[in-house]
Design a protein around this ligand. Structure first.
Ligand code: PMV
Length: 360
Protein backbone atom coordinates (compact mmCIF):
# COMPACT_ATOMS: atom_id res chain seq x y z
CA UNK A 1 0.00 0.00 0.00
CA UNK A 2 1.17 3.52 -0.76
CA UNK A 3 -0.21 6.95 0.11
CA UNK A 4 -2.17 6.86 -3.17
CA UNK A 5 -4.55 4.37 -1.59
CA UNK A 6 -5.97 7.27 0.44
CA UNK A 7 -6.58 9.67 -2.46
CA UNK A 8 -10.30 9.54 -3.21
CA UNK A 9 -11.85 9.41 -6.63
CA UNK A 10 -14.97 11.49 -7.44
CA UNK A 11 -17.48 11.77 -4.59
CA UNK A 12 -21.04 10.53 -5.20
CA UNK A 13 -22.78 12.98 -2.90
CA UNK A 14 -22.89 16.71 -2.47
CA UNK A 15 -23.37 17.78 1.14
CA UNK A 16 -24.42 21.37 1.96
CA UNK A 17 -23.94 21.40 5.69
CA UNK A 18 -23.74 19.27 8.76
CA UNK A 19 -21.94 18.63 11.98
CA UNK A 20 -20.31 15.80 13.85
CA UNK A 21 -18.66 15.31 17.24
CA UNK A 22 -15.89 12.87 18.06
CA UNK A 23 -14.29 12.12 21.40
CA UNK A 24 -10.83 10.77 20.91
CA UNK A 25 -8.43 9.54 23.57
CA UNK A 26 -4.79 10.08 24.27
CA UNK A 27 -2.44 7.09 24.30
CA UNK A 28 0.70 6.09 26.13
CA UNK A 29 3.50 4.40 24.21
CA UNK A 30 5.10 1.26 25.61
CA UNK A 31 7.60 1.11 22.75
CA UNK A 32 8.44 4.70 21.93
CA UNK A 33 8.35 6.46 18.59
CA UNK A 34 11.26 8.89 18.55
CA UNK A 35 12.77 9.83 15.21
CA UNK A 36 11.06 10.24 11.88
CA UNK A 37 11.55 10.73 8.17
CA UNK A 38 9.65 13.21 5.98
CA UNK A 39 5.82 13.09 6.13
CA UNK A 40 5.80 11.62 9.63
CA UNK A 41 7.18 8.27 8.59
CA UNK A 42 8.42 6.74 11.83
CA UNK A 43 12.04 5.64 12.16
CA UNK A 44 10.88 2.64 14.20
CA UNK A 45 7.63 0.88 15.06
CA UNK A 46 5.84 1.73 18.30
CA UNK A 47 3.00 0.31 20.37
CA UNK A 48 0.71 1.96 22.88
CA UNK A 49 -2.10 1.50 25.33
CA UNK A 50 -5.04 3.64 24.30
CA UNK A 51 -6.20 5.70 27.27
CA UNK A 52 -9.73 6.31 28.42
CA UNK A 53 -10.05 9.40 30.62
CA UNK A 54 -7.62 11.70 28.83
CA UNK A 55 -9.47 12.70 25.69
CA UNK A 56 -10.33 15.56 23.36
CA UNK A 57 -13.89 16.20 22.22
CA UNK A 58 -14.18 18.00 18.92
CA UNK A 59 -17.34 19.25 17.30
CA UNK A 60 -16.93 19.99 13.61
CA UNK A 61 -19.52 22.05 11.75
CA UNK A 62 -19.21 22.31 8.00
CA UNK A 63 -20.99 24.53 5.48
CA UNK A 64 -20.38 24.34 1.76
CA UNK A 65 -18.99 27.59 0.38
CA UNK A 66 -20.57 29.19 -2.69
CA UNK A 67 -17.27 28.79 -4.43
CA UNK A 68 -14.25 26.77 -3.63
CA UNK A 69 -11.81 29.05 -1.78
CA UNK A 70 -8.13 29.52 -2.41
CA UNK A 71 -7.49 29.42 1.35
CA UNK A 72 -8.87 27.22 4.13
CA UNK A 73 -11.79 28.79 5.97
CA UNK A 74 -11.97 27.90 9.66
CA UNK A 75 -13.18 29.30 12.96
CA UNK A 76 -11.54 27.72 15.94
CA UNK A 77 -12.79 27.58 19.52
CA UNK A 78 -11.00 25.94 22.43
CA UNK A 79 -13.02 25.37 25.59
CA UNK A 80 -15.64 27.85 24.43
CA UNK A 81 -13.23 30.65 23.51
CA UNK A 82 -11.98 31.68 20.11
CA UNK A 83 -8.40 30.49 19.83
CA UNK A 84 -6.44 32.23 17.10
CA UNK A 85 -3.08 30.94 18.29
CA UNK A 86 -4.07 27.30 17.63
CA UNK A 87 -4.91 28.15 14.01
CA UNK A 88 -1.43 27.83 12.45
CA UNK A 89 -1.13 24.23 13.72
CA UNK A 90 -4.55 23.36 12.32
CA UNK A 91 -3.79 25.07 8.99
CA UNK A 92 -0.52 23.11 8.73
CA UNK A 93 -2.48 19.93 9.36
CA UNK A 94 -5.08 20.81 6.71
CA UNK A 95 -2.31 21.56 4.22
CA UNK A 96 -0.75 18.17 4.87
CA UNK A 97 -4.00 16.26 4.42
CA UNK A 98 -5.52 18.30 1.57
CA UNK A 99 -4.26 15.92 -1.09
CA UNK A 100 -6.25 13.14 0.58
CA UNK A 101 -9.34 15.27 1.38
CA UNK A 102 -9.76 17.38 -1.76
CA UNK A 103 -13.02 18.89 -0.47
CA UNK A 104 -11.38 20.91 2.31
CA UNK A 105 -11.38 24.27 0.53
CA UNK A 106 -14.96 23.68 -0.56
CA UNK A 107 -16.21 24.13 3.02
CA UNK A 108 -16.19 26.58 5.89
CA UNK A 109 -15.44 24.77 9.15
CA UNK A 110 -16.24 25.68 12.73
CA UNK A 111 -14.07 23.58 15.02
CA UNK A 112 -14.97 23.56 18.71
CA UNK A 113 -12.70 21.52 20.86
CA UNK A 114 -12.13 20.78 24.55
CA UNK A 115 -9.93 18.48 26.58
CA UNK A 116 -10.90 16.32 29.54
CA UNK A 117 -7.57 17.17 31.16
CA UNK A 118 -6.31 20.63 32.08
CA UNK A 119 -4.56 22.35 29.19
CA UNK A 120 -1.58 23.25 31.32
CA UNK A 121 -1.12 19.74 32.74
CA UNK A 122 1.91 19.02 30.60
CA UNK A 123 -0.13 16.26 28.95
CA UNK A 124 0.26 16.48 25.22
CA UNK A 125 -3.08 17.02 23.54
CA UNK A 126 -1.80 16.50 20.02
CA UNK A 127 -2.62 12.77 19.88
CA UNK A 128 -6.20 13.16 21.10
CA UNK A 129 -6.75 16.54 19.40
CA UNK A 130 -5.53 15.65 15.94
CA UNK A 131 -7.16 12.22 15.95
CA UNK A 132 -10.51 13.82 16.92
CA UNK A 133 -10.20 16.30 14.06
CA UNK A 134 -9.13 13.61 11.58
CA UNK A 135 -12.20 11.58 12.56
CA UNK A 136 -14.50 14.58 12.09
CA UNK A 137 -13.14 15.14 8.59
CA UNK A 138 -13.54 11.44 7.84
CA UNK A 139 -17.19 11.62 8.90
CA UNK A 140 -17.70 14.34 6.29
CA UNK A 141 -15.87 12.28 3.68
CA UNK A 142 -18.10 9.34 4.54
CA UNK A 143 -21.16 11.49 3.84
CA UNK A 144 -19.64 12.42 0.48
CA UNK A 145 -18.88 8.79 -0.20
CA UNK A 146 -21.40 6.63 1.70
CA UNK A 147 -20.01 3.42 0.22
CA UNK A 148 -16.83 3.77 2.27
CA UNK A 149 -16.23 0.70 4.44
CA UNK A 150 -15.73 0.91 8.19
CA UNK A 151 -12.30 -0.64 7.76
CA UNK A 152 -11.21 2.04 5.30
CA UNK A 153 -12.68 4.76 7.52
CA UNK A 154 -10.59 3.70 10.51
CA UNK A 155 -7.42 3.18 8.48
CA UNK A 156 -7.68 6.55 6.77
CA UNK A 157 -8.53 8.34 10.04
CA UNK A 158 -5.30 6.93 11.49
CA UNK A 159 -3.41 7.84 8.31
CA UNK A 160 -4.64 11.46 8.46
CA UNK A 161 -4.08 11.76 12.21
CA UNK A 162 -0.51 10.60 11.66
CA UNK A 163 0.09 13.49 9.29
CA UNK A 164 -0.91 15.83 12.13
CA UNK A 165 1.10 14.20 14.90
CA UNK A 166 2.71 10.78 14.58
CA UNK A 167 1.43 9.41 17.87
CA UNK A 168 -2.12 10.54 16.97
CA UNK A 169 -2.22 7.64 14.49
CA UNK A 170 -2.45 5.35 17.53
CA UNK A 171 -5.48 7.10 19.09
CA UNK A 172 -8.28 5.92 16.79
CA UNK A 173 -8.76 2.41 18.15
CA UNK A 174 -7.98 0.52 21.35
CA UNK A 175 -6.89 -1.08 23.46
CA UNK A 176 -3.43 -1.96 22.22
CA UNK A 177 -2.33 -0.27 19.02
CA UNK A 178 0.73 -0.71 16.86
CA UNK A 179 2.12 1.73 14.31
CA UNK A 180 5.09 1.26 12.01
CA UNK A 181 6.30 -1.54 9.78
CA UNK A 182 7.58 -4.53 11.75
CA UNK A 183 8.56 -7.93 10.35
CA UNK A 184 6.69 -9.94 12.96
CA UNK A 185 3.41 -8.01 12.77
CA UNK A 186 1.23 -8.72 9.81
CA UNK A 187 -0.31 -5.69 8.11
CA UNK A 188 1.78 -3.30 10.19
CA UNK A 189 2.45 -0.10 8.28
CA UNK A 190 4.36 3.14 8.52
CA UNK A 191 1.33 4.90 7.04
CA UNK A 192 -1.25 4.12 9.70
CA UNK A 193 -1.68 2.28 12.97
CA UNK A 194 -3.43 -1.05 13.46
CA UNK A 195 -5.12 -2.74 16.37
CA UNK A 196 -2.56 -5.16 17.79
CA UNK A 197 -3.57 -8.36 15.99
CA UNK A 198 -2.26 -11.16 18.25
CA UNK A 199 -3.19 -12.82 21.52
CA UNK A 200 -3.14 -10.63 24.61
CA UNK A 201 -3.24 -12.23 28.07
CA UNK A 202 -6.11 -11.12 30.31
CA UNK A 203 -3.69 -9.49 32.78
CA UNK A 204 -3.22 -6.66 30.25
CA UNK A 205 -6.93 -6.18 29.69
CA UNK A 206 -7.76 -3.63 32.37
CA UNK A 207 -4.42 -2.01 32.87
CA UNK A 208 -4.29 1.19 34.89
CA UNK A 209 -2.29 4.33 34.18
CA UNK A 210 -2.13 6.91 36.93
CA UNK A 211 -0.51 10.01 35.48
CA UNK A 212 1.52 11.93 38.02
CA UNK A 213 1.75 15.59 37.05
CA UNK A 214 5.27 16.45 38.09
CA UNK A 215 5.70 19.50 35.94
CA UNK A 216 2.77 21.17 34.29
CA UNK A 217 4.81 23.63 32.25
CA UNK A 218 4.89 23.80 28.49
CA UNK A 219 7.19 21.31 26.83
CA UNK A 220 10.75 22.64 26.68
CA UNK A 221 11.41 20.89 23.39
CA UNK A 222 8.72 20.47 20.76
CA UNK A 223 8.44 16.89 19.59
CA UNK A 224 9.24 18.02 16.03
CA UNK A 225 12.60 19.34 17.22
CA UNK A 226 13.14 16.22 19.33
CA UNK A 227 12.40 13.81 16.47
CA UNK A 228 14.73 15.74 14.19
CA UNK A 229 17.59 15.44 16.65
CA UNK A 230 17.60 11.72 15.89
CA UNK A 231 19.04 12.56 12.46
CA UNK A 232 22.77 12.23 12.83
CA UNK A 233 22.40 11.12 16.44
CA UNK A 234 25.35 8.88 17.38
CA UNK A 235 23.11 6.11 18.78
CA UNK A 236 20.07 6.37 16.51
CA UNK A 237 20.60 3.27 14.34
CA UNK A 238 21.14 1.11 17.39
CA UNK A 239 18.07 2.60 19.04
CA UNK A 240 15.84 1.90 16.02
CA UNK A 241 17.06 -1.69 16.00
CA UNK A 242 16.38 -1.99 19.71
CA UNK A 243 12.76 -0.84 19.24
CA UNK A 244 12.22 -3.59 16.64
CA UNK A 245 13.72 -6.14 19.02
CA UNK A 246 11.63 -4.95 21.96
CA UNK A 247 8.46 -5.21 19.91
CA UNK A 248 9.35 -8.78 18.96
CA UNK A 249 9.86 -9.58 22.64
CA UNK A 250 6.59 -7.91 23.63
CA UNK A 251 4.69 -10.31 21.37
CA UNK A 252 5.63 -13.19 23.63
CA UNK A 253 5.06 -11.10 26.75
CA UNK A 254 1.52 -10.21 25.70
CA UNK A 255 0.71 -13.78 24.89
CA UNK A 256 2.03 -15.26 28.12
CA UNK A 257 1.15 -12.40 30.45
CA UNK A 258 4.81 -12.16 31.45
CA UNK A 259 4.67 -9.06 33.65
CA UNK A 260 8.31 -9.15 34.73
CA UNK A 261 9.56 -8.88 31.16
CA UNK A 262 6.82 -6.36 30.35
CA UNK A 263 8.12 -4.10 33.14
CA UNK A 264 11.69 -4.48 31.97
CA UNK A 265 10.86 -3.53 28.38
CA UNK A 266 8.52 -0.65 29.25
CA UNK A 267 10.86 1.01 31.76
CA UNK A 268 13.86 0.52 29.49
CA UNK A 269 11.95 2.14 26.61
CA UNK A 270 11.07 5.16 28.77
CA UNK A 271 14.64 5.64 29.94
CA UNK A 272 15.99 5.08 26.43
CA UNK A 273 13.71 7.83 25.09
CA UNK A 274 15.17 10.22 27.66
CA UNK A 275 18.69 8.92 27.09
CA UNK A 276 18.30 9.78 23.40
CA UNK A 277 17.41 13.35 24.36
CA UNK A 278 20.30 13.58 26.77
CA UNK A 279 22.77 12.40 24.13
CA UNK A 280 21.59 14.48 21.18
CA UNK A 281 23.08 17.80 20.16
CA UNK A 282 21.73 20.06 21.51
CA UNK A 283 21.01 17.87 24.56
CA UNK A 284 18.07 18.08 26.93
CA UNK A 285 17.05 16.74 30.30
CA UNK A 286 13.27 16.68 30.49
CA UNK A 287 13.05 14.77 33.75
CA UNK A 288 12.80 16.83 36.92
CA UNK A 289 14.21 15.86 40.34
CA UNK A 290 10.73 14.66 41.33
CA UNK A 291 10.56 12.41 38.27
CA UNK A 292 13.59 10.56 39.63
CA UNK A 293 12.21 10.56 43.17
CA UNK A 294 9.09 8.82 41.87
CA UNK A 295 11.07 6.30 39.81
CA UNK A 296 13.19 5.41 42.82
CA UNK A 297 10.12 5.04 45.04
CA UNK A 298 8.54 2.71 42.46
CA UNK A 299 11.67 0.57 42.33
CA UNK A 300 11.88 0.47 46.13
CA UNK A 301 8.23 -0.51 46.45
CA UNK A 302 8.56 -3.19 43.80
CA UNK A 303 11.57 -4.71 45.54
CA UNK A 304 9.85 -4.67 48.91
CA UNK A 305 6.46 -6.03 47.83
CA UNK A 306 7.14 -7.92 44.61
CA UNK A 307 4.42 -5.80 43.04
CA UNK A 308 4.02 -5.39 39.28
CA UNK A 309 3.87 -1.60 39.28
CA UNK A 310 6.08 0.11 36.70
CA UNK A 311 6.49 3.50 35.06
CA UNK A 312 6.79 5.01 31.65
CA UNK A 313 7.51 8.57 30.54
CA UNK A 314 6.54 10.83 27.68
CA UNK A 315 8.81 13.54 26.36
CA UNK A 316 8.40 15.43 29.62
CA UNK A 317 8.68 15.20 33.40
CA UNK A 318 5.31 13.57 34.17
CA UNK A 319 5.30 9.91 35.18
CA UNK A 320 2.77 7.34 33.97
CA UNK A 321 2.39 4.67 36.63
CA UNK A 322 1.20 1.43 35.04
CA UNK A 323 -0.30 -1.51 36.95
CA UNK A 324 -2.67 -4.44 36.49
CA UNK A 325 -6.26 -4.47 37.72
CA UNK A 326 -5.58 -7.25 40.23
CA UNK A 327 -3.17 -5.02 42.18
CA UNK A 328 -5.03 -1.76 41.85
CA UNK A 329 -6.00 -1.21 45.49
CA UNK A 330 -2.56 -1.76 46.94
CA UNK A 331 -0.79 0.24 44.27
CA UNK A 332 -3.22 3.13 44.34
CA UNK A 333 -2.73 3.34 48.10
CA UNK A 334 1.04 3.40 47.54
CA UNK A 335 0.63 6.17 44.96
CA UNK A 336 -1.41 8.27 47.39
CA UNK A 337 0.89 7.61 50.34
CA UNK A 338 4.25 7.94 48.65
CA UNK A 339 4.12 9.41 45.17
CA UNK A 340 1.52 12.18 45.13
CA UNK A 341 3.79 14.30 47.34
CA UNK A 342 6.12 14.67 44.34
CA UNK A 343 3.37 15.99 42.04
CA UNK A 344 2.95 19.67 41.33
CA UNK A 345 0.11 20.82 43.61
CA UNK A 346 -0.51 17.13 44.40
CA UNK A 347 -2.16 16.67 41.00
CA UNK A 348 -2.58 13.37 39.21
CA UNK A 349 -5.03 11.79 36.75
CA UNK A 350 -6.46 8.30 37.16
CA UNK A 351 -6.67 6.72 33.76
CA UNK A 352 -6.86 3.22 32.37
CA UNK A 353 -6.67 1.38 29.12
CA UNK A 354 -9.44 2.44 26.71
CA UNK A 355 -11.09 1.27 23.54
CA UNK A 356 -10.64 4.11 21.10
CA UNK A 357 -12.46 7.11 19.75
CA UNK A 358 -16.25 7.45 19.88
CA UNK A 359 -18.69 9.37 17.76
CA UNK A 360 -20.93 11.34 20.13
O1 PMV B 1 3.34 12.47 18.12
P1 PMV B 1 4.57 13.27 18.41
O2 PMV B 1 5.27 13.73 17.19
O3 PMV B 1 4.28 14.39 19.39
O4 PMV B 1 5.64 12.30 19.13
C1 PMV B 1 5.41 11.74 20.38
C2 PMV B 1 6.53 10.92 20.81
C3 PMV B 1 6.46 10.30 22.20
O5 PMV B 1 5.28 10.67 22.87
C4 PMV B 1 7.63 10.79 23.03
C5 PMV B 1 6.55 8.79 22.10
C6 PMV B 1 5.34 8.09 21.53
O6 PMV B 1 5.54 7.09 20.85
O7 PMV B 1 4.21 8.52 21.81
Amino acid sequence: MTEKYFIPSEYQNQIEKGEVTWKSPSNIALIKYWGKEANQIPANPSISFTLNACATTTNLKFTRRKERGTEFSIDLFFEGKRKEDFKPKIITFLERVEEYLPFLKQYHFIIETSNSFPHSSGIASSASGLSALALGLMSLEKELNPKMTEEFFVKKASFLARLGSGSAARSIEGDLVEWGAHNGIENSSNLHAIKYPYAVHSVFKKYHDTILLVDKGQKEVSSTVGHNLMHGHPFSQQRFKQAHGNLTKLKGVFEKGDLKTFIEIVESEALTLHAMMMTSLPYFVLMKPNTLEIINKIWEFRKKTNSNVCFTLDAGANVHVLYPESEKDVIFQFIKDELVAFCQNGQYICDRIGFGAKKM
